[in-house]
Ligand binder design. Sequence first.
Ligand SMILES: NC(=O)C1=CN([C@@H]2O[C@H](COP(=O)(O)OP(=O)(O)OC[C@H]3O[C@@H](n4cnc5c(N)ncnc54)[C@H](OP(=O)(O)O)[C@@H]3O)[C@@H](O)[C@H]2O)C=CC1
Ligand SMILES: N[C@@H](CC=O)C(=O)O
Ligand code: NA
Length: 370
Amino acid sequence: MSASPIFLGVIGVGGVGTAFLQQLARLPNAPQLVVLARSSQTLLAPTPAYSPAIPAADWATAAATPSLTKSGALQAEEIATYLASAPGRAILVDNTSDISLARQYPTFLKKGISVVTPNKKGFSDDLSLWKDIFASAAEGKALVYHESTVGAGLPVLSTLKDLVATGDEVTRIEGVFSGTLSFLFNTFAPASGSSDAQWSAVVAQAKELGYTEPDPRDDLNGMDVARKLTILARIAGLEVTSPDSFPIESLIPAELASLPSSADGITQFMTRLPEFDAQMANVKDTAEQQGKVVRYVGSIDVAAKAVKVGLQYFDKDSAIAGLKGSDNIISFYTKRYGANPLIVQGAGAGGDVTAMGVSADLIKVVERLR
Ligand SMILES: NC(=O)C1=CN([C@@H]2O[C@H](COP(=O)(O)OP(=O)(O)OC[C@H]3O[C@@H](n4cnc5c(N)ncnc54)[C@H](OP(=O)(O)O)[C@@H]3O)[C@@H](O)[C@H]2O)C=CC1
Ligand SMILES: N[C@@H](CC=O)C(=O)O
Ligand code: NA
């Protein structure tokens, strides 16, 4: 007996989306790609057959395929209705960082459409949205997987969920949660050797390498780390109301804090950042004078219900000081593991490793739906 068809909609074809589509094209028994959307364009497999499927290999080939239906941007509700009418189960992969789309996950889930995403917004915004997402999934008998929202493809959420589900008591989670900030400090203030790199130049490099959020200020202001800690804290059982409900140390120079959040604002920010290189050089030098290095870290103390995000100084021979590239390190302290935490470490940003987490989640959802 052949497996029933599963239909897939993918929104977002940036750094992560493009890498995801390349991985999708190589998956055996992949679901049929019937929606592919970016902010200004949508491709659909024509109804009522939902066939031919969209070739996943690359956006340009897909856009040139004559038999597909092409339109401008569609509303999330229209995409949900289209997927829900497909002759089989459906999955949405959201590869954007759009909060408005994330707020529509309940609409998809109630219609039975499962959601897989690296987009942190839906799981780290107001607690009411978090609750609505999981209640809607239960109502629609749909699945929600978002491994790449923390530590990119690293098995961070699956590890924490397994600890909780098997009855361990998680007492503390701590570490480096930003690939961008890890790369910035590892490059700008290495624990071994020295570096003449200017802070602003390394920020530009992190953006070029695809480590930053679409707006790099979301990394530098600590909000990306705060969102990740909010997600982890909620899975560990804390009802964190929002990612700004605890103190967050921002690395944005005060003079640039009020630039607009538009594309033009990003350009102005990147252009003016070199004017403030001396500020971060001072932070680096102060740590150096104490024989230490500075790193951007976060922690959750579960019993105290306390979440902290910001700069700290570390001994040069510590595990955190010795991280390389965009590596994250996440330590889970639990009753079972005692004084020696369970540690997850590796690349925490970049298109390929993030897409790996998305593809692996997709495989899990497909296996559970079939
Ligand atoms: N980069 C990384 O290392 C990691 C990223 N993530 C998360 O992955 C997600 C994607 O990141 P990344 O690929 O770097 O981002 P990019 O900016 O490279 O790509 C975003 C894509 O989303 C599209 N998009 C944005 N809003 C909408 C919308 N409303 N409707 C349709 N399409 C939309 C953009 O369209 P257009 O092409 O038209 O501009 C673009 O294709 C983010 O949520 C990020 O936080 C998570 C872990 C690691
Ligand atoms: N911008 C983020 C990407 C992954 O979540 C980071 O740098 O960690
Ligand atoms: Na992860």
